[in-house]
Ligand binder design. Structure first.
Ligand code: LLP
Length: 427
């Protein structure tokens, strides 16, 4: 699943003991494995190779410049969702002709910048946005290219905050309205609508939601074609789940491909995908150190130096991240990342951070090996939506990102300083 493995009772990232990295760069720190990142990129690209699919990595999952540069060097395009992400994609050397721009609320300035950068296409979410992009392109004397994001009304069966393909979410144009929207757009002078886009939600664990949505949307494309619209590509979005635990919860990517390829091969349009989590989630751990232990009523707390500002997913979505000491007793080397492991001398604890909120936890009621002050813990599967969603809450400087390649590491984002925290403000 990845290149974070226990050898001689200690956790390695590729060929480096993570404790050595902690000694050099301090904690907390995100540690990425280059081999894992590239493995997952190629795994999804190969699975969908029979469709000759364009992969547009979703920057929002993990947007470090060095990581984007690595993916661009493998041929990846990018899915961006803000002016900031577009800036990042370009700064990393991304090819604008492989950049697609999604989001329900693109500002005029963001739209103009994207047109000027020569991106491949906008994924457009409403009639109002169509008009606005056409108007802005006209003012620049250019023609923009777009796909309509269709809301197929399919339940991706994921967390309600990230379920995006159902009616009554803010995303896309209802599938029943899509033909009318294409008809009304025929007369646009500066926006060419030539694609169709969906994104069902994230993470999507099963194949069925994609199959349902693809069946609905390929039928829609057939109707559009009959009406004389030329659809050049169908972008299936992202959402493919990653495995956060063993036994694995996510369907292997090849099963997604095997289910979708028969529905999409030999079509006269191209296929694009926007995976984020599938590529980045298992490419990193968050390395953190135990500061203190304490009890409160009947509870035991392990207080660590990382907090909800560094990794908010457990607090926000109730997400599970496997956590384990990096240098356990020989009896406690985990054979798999299983919620139900029963360590020798284990204890049930809440793993909490220093932030002044009771919701500041990375795990609750978790059975872990007993840890002591200064022990290192690894929070696994921390590559997607972890650093990317981190903040400076409680004035905590954001932590470094470190990339391991074999037996070498490099700091790809330095630890923030107190000076960084003050730099934008004026007295
Ligand atoms: N395309 C669009 C239009 C999206 O909105 C997203 C994610 C993706 C692609 C990439 O989805 P992925 O392949 O990474 O699942 N913060 C949440 C996840 C939010 C996803 C938002 N959109 C989490 O931590 O689980």
């Amino acid at each position: 699943m990845d290149h974070f493995t226990y050898k001689n009772n200690q956790l390695y990232c590729e060929d480096l003991p993570v404790a050595d990295i902690a000694a050099a760069v301090g904690t907390p720190a995100y540690i990425y494995s280059k081999a894992t990142l590239l493995h997952h990129y190629h795994q999804i690209a190969n699975a969908f190779a029979p469709l000759n699919a364009t992969i547009c990595y979703s920057i929002k999952s993990c947007g470090n410049l060095h990581i984007l540069k690595l993916l661009a060097s493998q041929g990846s395009g990018f899915d961006v969702t803000s002016g900031g992400e577009l800036c990042r994609a370009l700064a990393a050397g991304g090819d604008p002709r492989k950049i697609i721009y999604a989001g329900v609320g693109k500002t005029d300035a963001e739209i103009a910048d994207a047109i000027n950068a020569g991106i491949a296409a906008f994924n457009i979410e409403s009639e109002a946005e169509i008009e606005n992009i056409d108007r802005i392109a006209a003012s620049l004397g250019k023609t923009a290219i777009g796909a309509i994001r269709i809301n197929p009304d399919v339940d991706a069966k994921t967390h309600r905050y990230t379920n995006t393909g159902k009616k009554e979410t803010k995303f896309g144009v209802d599938i029943e309205r899509a033909e009318r929207v294409f008809e009304q757009s025929r007369s646009l002078k500066n926006l060419r609508l030539a694609g169709v886009h969906i994104h069902l939600g994230s993470p999507v664990f099963g194949v069925e939601p994609y199959v349902q949505a693809v069946q609905k949307v390929t039928a829609l494309i057939d109707r559009l074609t009959q009406r004389g619209h030329r659809i050049e590509w169908f972008d299936l979005g992202g959402g493919f789940a990653a495995n956060y635990e063993e036994p694995h919860q996510a369907v292997p990517i090849i099963e997604h491909a095997n289910a979708l390829i028969p529905l999409l091969e030999n079509k006269p349009y191209k296929i694009a995908l926007e995976p984020g989590r599938y590529i980045s989630a298992n490419a990193a751990i968050l390395l953190t150190r135990v500061l203190y232990r304490k009890t409160g009523g009947s509870k035991r707390f392990v207080i660590i130096d990382a907090a909800m500002n560094d990794l908010i997913r457990p607090m926000l979505y109730g997400s599970f991240h496997f956590i384990w000491p990096t240098n356990p007793d020989p009896a406690n080397v985990p054979l798999r990342r299983d919620k139900s492991l029963t360590p020798a001398n284990g204890e049930v604890v809440d793993v909490v951070g220093p932030i002044c909120e009771s919701g500041d936890f990375l795990a609750r009621n978790r059975l872990l090996p007993t840890t002591q002050r200064n022990d290192l813990l690894a929070v696994f599967s921390a590559g997607a939506y972890c650093f990317a969603m981190s903040s400076n809450y409680n004035n905590r400087p954001r932590v470094p990102e470190v990339l391991v390649d074999g037996n070498q590491y490099r700091i790809i984002r330095r630890r923030e300083t107190y000076e960084d925290l003050l730099t934008h403000e004026r007295i």
